[in-house]
Design a binder for this molecule. Structure first.
Ligand SMILES: *[C@@H]1O[C@H](CO)[C@@H](O)[C@H](O)[C@H]1NC(C)=O
Ligand SMILES: *[C@@H]1O[C@H](CO)[C@@H](O)[C@H](O)[C@H]1NC(C)=O
Ligand SMILES: *[C@@H]1O[C@H](CO)[C@@H](O)[C@H](O)[C@H]1NC(C)=O
Ligand SMILES: *[C@@H]1O[C@H](CO)[C@@H](O)[C@H](O)[C@H]1NC(C)=O
Ligand SMILES: *[C@@H]1O[C@H](CO)[C@@H](O)[C@H](O)[C@H]1NC(C)=O
Ligand SMILES: *[C@@H]1O[C@H](CO)[C@@H](O)[C@H](O)[C@H]1NC(C)=O
Ligand SMILES: *[C@@H]1O[C@H](CO)[C@@H](O)[C@H](O)[C@H]1NC(C)=O
Ligand SMILES: *[C@@H]1O[C@H](CO)[C@@H](O)[C@H](O)[C@H]1NC(C)=O
Ligand SMILES: *[C@@H]1O[C@H](CO)[C@@H](O)[C@H](O)[C@H]1NC(C)=O
Ligand SMILES: *[C@@H]1O[C@H](CO)[C@@H](O)[C@H](O)[C@H]1NC(C)=O
Ligand SMILES: *[C@@H]1O[C@H](CO)[C@@H](O)[C@H](O)[C@H]1NC(C)=O
Ligand SMILES: CC(=O)N[C@H]1CO[C@H](CO)[C@@H](O)[C@@H]1O
Length: 639
């Protein structure tokens, strides 16, 4: 049987330039709606093809792309009913939420504009984040019952992912924006099978027919073909291929699935999904350490680039790999397609894990994996283990005076969390995007005990202090030091930052910080844990669900009301509507009130808040029982 992707590659060879037109027809002949597509012309290998009649160029970062603006018209209209439904269910006392939405419906920009951000932190972050996404997704069972938050995902405009959070976002979008529960219970046993470590490769019971040796050979062949076609290979190529076997629902890790194909998927085109954005950090030539001022790049369905005043430009993501100079493709230069492989993009945002591939203790991993590491990966990695190579640099000769890579034909990117901004807030705080509220799920491992302590928020806050500097007009709420986070428990329960926007000049989103904490499972599993049995995997997801919903409202029955208030806050200001009394109470309870306690705390060892589901092997249970924990939780909230 000829695999579909190969067949398609063959068609594309015959008809260069028409590639993206053909795939939907091919799929629709099977009566299916289009999902993200295996539309690369030749599998994992980028191809030089004739350019479209309007040749792609680099544009500056002064505004949203035309494509994004057009898409927003569709999406923003689609979010109105979900927001109205949410507010109806949340039922803010003495405030008619649905009528408020209806009154302002014809002026969409008056209404809330919601973003969601999923932090990095390997599989821990992916799974804890997946619990939050499930909680926000009205398609999940029970998610629209009292105390739950289902519908927030349908109400959101943007969905950011970084590193492990990017695996989550990327996997859902590659798989037709499927649900978290369908990914966990994948009927085809293809994706999210984390009991098989990435070194073993997929379970042979799935659609993958490979044994471990065949898995490594397939990956090596795919990457070699890219190198033979003249593109630099980096360890990230291997890492991204391996990830794809776990994240993309297709044979051989879906080598032809491109990131740009998200923009062709029906559900995205119809505005039925949020706008996915993945984040990676730029690295100036010769730099090994990534500072907080490094350029932050984003991958969205239309474009790759940055808002930062350094490179300050975007290129169509579909044409990554093309040889741009001074912002253009010179006459005669062909267009490259297929470079923006979806697994490569997810691998780029998480390139930190390259080091895991390289440093893994070779004892206990399959023989093939061990020789693969020593013979193939190690020589490629050398001093540049963590990079993803985006050569030829699309920003060569572009904004020479500010772009530190302008004179380099190479562009190398690293894991989006290496600048410590481990939550992908950067795309969501851009003033052009007008996001009002960001649900920021933080599964970072900051403390010695592998819990978050606000480090990611502090990094973004510090970066944006000087709005004429690297922040380039962005504005971010005040964030206290990490000792304060721990001492005040701001990292042990949801906390709002930026409640009072009157003392900031430009558009400052409200941040709803949702830290990973032990609700029903000891979810502080180390970042470099690469296999989870299904019990542990599902418990992680459930813990994330409980964290986002505060135990479905059992820890605080007012939590859904408070989420509603957070969503409405900036909109109420714009429409000069009096803040409901219940919201004032919520803000007193959940907003960081500006106090600090910067004394170095003892080791952070949070207690369970809920009924312990299963005990993870490494840790002892110290549950006080659900009722006691609820009382403790409430006491902390009212402090
Ligand atoms: C994608 O999901 C939609 C539902 O959102 C479904 O109608 C469609 O058939 C799915 N397409 C594929 C290719 O699975
Ligand atoms: C939904 O709620 C019902 C009734 O409480 C329960 O039996 C069922 O297990 C729940 N479903 C999920 C996915 O939790
Ligand atoms: C994977 O694809 C199979 C066959 O199309 C489908 O039944 C299954 O639901 C898909 N799984 C996910 C997680 O999208
Ligand atoms: C970023 O740059 C500013 C000024 O250019 C400097 O004060 C600050 O220390 C830098 N931050 C980091 C994290 O390097
Ligand atoms: C930018 O640098 C490139 C490469 O050195 C050069 O060809 C180009 O002329 C420069 N552009 C400007 C506007 O100086
Ligand atoms: C917070 O995390 C940072 C980063 O890991 C660490 O350096 C710092 O000591 C931690 N502080 C507290 C109070 O946990
Ligand atoms: C997880 O957190 C608990 C305290 O909540 C701590 O006792 C345990 O050592 C932590 N696990 C790891 C791997 O650090
Ligand atoms: C802010 O950044 C700009 C550009 O880097 C710099 O010129 C200015 O001195 C900075 N201001 C402060 C207060 O650091
Ligand atoms: C919260 O809801 C989820 C999904 O229905 C369920 O699995 C979980 O048991 C519930 N937890 C509590 C504390 O009610
Ligand atoms: C400040 O934090 C320290 C360290 O956790 C604690 O011992 C002290 O009681 C706190 N101070 C106040 C006023 O809460
Ligand atoms: C699953 O993993 C957890 C944590 O590592 C362990 O405690 C448990 O025994 C495992 N369960 C099974 C069925 O292997
Ligand atoms: C709002 C703001 O400061 N925008 C600046 C971002 O950076 C570009 C390139 O340096 C400037 O042209 C904008 O004025």
């Amino acid at each position: 049987m000829i695999p579909f992707a190969h067949l398609f590659g063959f068609l594309a060879l015959l008809l260069p330039g028409y590639a993206s037109l053909l795939v939907p027809r091919e799929l629709s002949s099977h009566g299916l709606q289009t999902r993200a597509l295996p539309n690369a012309p030749d599998g994992y290998t980028p191809e030089h093809l004739d350019c479209p009649s309007t040749r792609p160029t680099v544009r500056d970062g002064g505004d949203l792309s035309g494509s994004e603006k057009q898409w927003l018209n569709t999406r923003l209209a689609k979010t109105i009913n979900p927001i109205r439904d949410l507010l109806r269910r949340f039922n803010i006392p003495n405030f008619d939420g649905p009528s408020y939405i209806t009154t302002h419906e014809n002026n969409r920009s008056a209404l809330p504009n919601i973003g969601i951000a999923m932090s990095g932190g390997g599989y821990r972050a992916m799974l804890n984040g997946a619990g939050a996404i499930a909680a926000f997704d009205r398609r999940e069972d029970n998610s629209t019952s009292p105390g739950h938050l289902g519908g927030l995902l349908q109400s959101a405009t943007y969905l950011g992912g970084l590193s492990g959070g990017g695996w989550l976002v990327g996997s859902l979008f590659m798989n037709n924006f499927t649900t978290v529960s369908n990914s966990l219970n994948d009927p085809s046993h293809t994706v999210w099978q984390f009991d098989q470590s990435i070194f073993e490769g997929p379970d042979k019971g799935s659609i993958q027919l490979l044994d471990t040796a065949g898995y490594f050979k397939t990956i090596e062949d795919q990457v070699s073909d890219k190198a033979d076609a003249g593109f630099n290979r980096s360890v990230t190529d291997y890492w991204g291929r391996a990830l794809s076997f776990q994240l993309i629902n297709a044979t051989d890790g879906g080598p032809a699935y491109t990131w740009s194909s998200i923009a062709l998927a029906d559900n995205f085109v119809q505005g039925d999904t949020p706008f996915p954005v993945l984040v990676a950090d730029g690295r100036a030539p010769g730099d090994l350490l990534i500072s907080g001022n490094t350029t932050v790049f984003e991958f969205n369905p239309f474009e790759f680039g940055t808002w930062d005043p350094t490179t300050f430009g975007f290129v169509p993501v579909e044409y990554l790999g093309s040889n741009f100079s001074n912002g253009e493709l010179l006459p005669g230069v062909q267009c490259v397609r297929g470079f923006d492989n979806a697994g490569y993009v997810m691998g780029t945002s998480s390139s930190l894990f390259n080091q895991f591939l390289l440093n893994v203790d070779t004892v206990g991993i399959p023989k093939f994996a061990a020789s693969f590491v020593t013979d193939i990966l190690a020589p490629i990695g050398q001093d540049n283990n963590d990079i993803a190579d985006y050569s030829p640099n699309p920003f060569y000769g572009y904004h020479n005076s500010t772009n530190s890579n302008a004179q380099s034909s190479r562009l190398t990117l690293v894991d989006g969390g290496e600048d410590l901004q481990n939550i992908p807030l950067h795309p969501l705080i851009q003033p052009n995007r007008h996001v009002d509220v960001i649900f920021a799920v933080d599964s970072s491992a900051d403390t010695e005990t592998v819990w978050p302590n606000g480090t990611a928020l502090v990094a973004t806050y510090e970066r944006n202090l000087n709005s004429t500097g690297i922040g380039n007009g962005t504005s971010f709420p005040s964030i206290p030091d990490t000792n304060t986070f721990v001492n005040l428990g701001l990292n042990s329960r949801p906390t709002f930052f930026g409640c009072n926007s009157s003392n900031t000049s430009s558009i400052t989103p409200l941040i709803v910080y949702i830290p990973n904490a032990p609700y029903v499972f000891q979810s502080n599993i180390t970042t470099f844990t690469f296999s989870y049995n299904n019990t542990a995997r599902n418990s992680m997801v459930q813990n994330g669900y409980e964290g986002a919903t505060m135990g479905n409202g059992t820890l605080d029955p007012q939590w859904p009301v408070c989420v509603g208030c957070a969503i409405l806050s900036r909109s109420l200001e714009r429409t000069k509507t009096q803040v409901p009394q219940a919201c004032e109470e919520c803000f007193r309870r959940y907003c960081w009130d500006g106090t600090t306690n910067s004394t170095r705390p003892n080791t952070y060892e949070p207690l369970f808040k809920g009924q312990v589901l299963v005990e993870s092997g490494a840790t002892s249970s110290r549950s006080n029982g659900f009722v006691t924990a609820a009382v403790v939780g409430l006491m902390m909230l009212f402090m």
